[in-house]
Ligand binder design. Structure first.
Ligand code: SF4
Length: 334
């Protein structure tokens, strides 16, 4: 087996919460101020092989976007290491120059990532020209190729971002990322702000590009239904930890972790008789605050199966099959 392209090795990320007014008053009066840290990512290990797409799924605030930014070299980990082809993505908090072209990210809001005053042809050409992937003279043809590849007319290069729909802007964001010829593409909720029909078009585009370009990708979403058709493997995150990971077919056919089961039952589906949307169960309770996560298994306050040990002992990821792992005291192999 070849070495993975991306390796996240026991990666953690803590953020320090800014002092509130109450904290500042307490500090002035000589009281005790407890520093509040948010452990957004808590000891995550994950590898992504060449040409593989891994879906990273969890509710908003579970740490999946932070993990994506660490993998992209946008954020340094507090501890642990992210490696691309065996080399640290970040060293001493700096992004090594050569890696900047190797990992590209597509974000949820394509409008925010495009300068409204720049023609999209210039926005797409900027990075490849700056990094010597194409010279200025060849950039026009290069941009035309990138636009065609994502299903847009090359003549659109002279237009501005506001002249495009949300779905078209996301295609432009994908074209701009791929123009950098990345080894790894990180898609962070790329369809979350789009209508369902447009979501399907962008997901189909991703699938086509994945096959034709042999893409290696991390696809981040809060929606298990979205990642199902684009991922080889799926990792489920809850409060900074991966609680289940395995081949996509196994996760959907036989989820082992109660949180994965709850996420799956919260995905609306059409029933067999196509009578409309089947009733779905939203996940009970709120996501606890990451500043003071529950003891033991973080999911225990919301878990219908929780028992005494769940409140005190954090479950480790255990094998449920050859390539399927779950972190639940009660999960059993089938
Ligand atoms: Fe539920 Fe316990 Fe499993 Fe956590 S370890 S998911 S609380 S059964």
């Amino acid at each position: 087996m070849s070495a993975p392209l991306l390796e996240l090795d026991a990666v953690s990320k803590k953020f320090r919460r800014p002092m509130s007014l109450g904290d500042r008053i307490a500090a002035k009066l000589g009281g005790t101020v407890v520093p509040h840290e948010v452990r957004a990512v808590d000891g995550v290990s994950l590898s992504v092989s060449h040409s593989e797409t891994v879906g990273l799924v969890g509710e908003s605030g579970c740490g999946k976007s932070t993990l994506g930014r660490i993998a992209a070299g946008i954020l340094p980990p507090t501890s642990g290491v992210a490696r691309l082809d065996g080399k640290p993505v970040m060293s001493e908090g700096r992004h090594p120059h050569k890696l900047t072209t190797r990992v590209q990210t597509v974000f949820q809001d394509p409008f925010a990532s495009l300068n409204p005053r720049r023609r999209i042809g210039d926005a797409i050409a900027e990075g490849p020209v700056a990094h010597g992937l194409v010279d200025r003279a060849g950039s026009r043809a290069y941009v035309a190729d990138q636009l065609s590849r994502v299903g847009l007319d090359p003549s659109y290069a002279s237009r501005f971002p506001h002249q495009f729909s949300g779905g078209q802007r996301q295609r432009i964001a994908i074209a701009r990322a791929l123009a950098m010829q990345p080894d790894l593409l990180i898609c962070d909720e790329p369809v979350a702000s789009l209508d369902v029909s447009i979501q399907a078009q962008v997901l189909n585009l991703f699938l086509e590009l994945r096959q034709s370009l042999n893409l290696t990708a991390i696809f981040i979403s809060h929606d298990l239904g979205v990642v199902r058709h684009v991922s080889d493997r799926v990792a489920i995150m809850y409060l900074g930890r991966i609680v289940e990971i395995g081949p996509t077919a196994d996760i959907y056919a036989a989820p082992k972790h109660p949180y994965t089961q709850a996420l799956l039952s919260s995905v609306p589906r059409l029933n067999r008789r196509h009578e409309g949307r089947r009733a779905f169960k939203p996940i009970a309770g709120e996501l606890p605050s990451p500043t003071s996560p529950p003891t033991g298994c973080h999911f225990h306050p919301r878990c219908p199966l929780a028992e005494a040990q769940c409140r005190s002992v954090a479950p480790e990821l255990r094998p449920m099959g050859l390539t399927h792992w779950a972190a639940c005291h009660l999960a059993v192999k089938t």
